[in-house]
Design a protein around this ligand. Sequence first.
Ligand code: FES
Length: 116
Amino acid sequence: MDPSDFQHFGRLNDPDSCAAIKGVCGDEMEFYLVFRNDRIHDIRFYTDGCEYTGICGETAAKLAAGRHIDDAMGVSAAMIRKEIPGLPEDHIHCSILAAMTLMKALADYLYRKSIT
Ligand code: FES
C-alpha cells in the first residue's frame, strides 16, 4: 500500500474523537475526526493493512468528509463497497472494517459530547 495514493491517510494529534479496531484478518484501522458544529471538518484514517484496506479507509473518509454527524452515521460497508466496483469478494471484510471503525469514532464523539 502506498499512503501517498490516499488524500486522508494519516493520524491527527488532537482530534475531537478517534477509534481503532482490529479486523477479523488481524489488520488494524484507525479513524480520527475533527468537528465544527457537529459537522466533520477534518478526517484521517490509518491502517497497517493491505491495499484494499487502504482503499476502503479512503473511501469511507471521502464519504464522511464534510457531513453532519447524522448523515455520517449513514456511511455503511455497502456504500463503501458500491464505490469500489472491483473490490474482490475475499476483501469485502475490508469495507466492513472501515465502516465499523468510522462508526466507532462517531460514537466516541457523541459520547465525549454527552459528558462535557
Ligand atoms: Fe485485512 Fe483488508 S485484508 S482488512
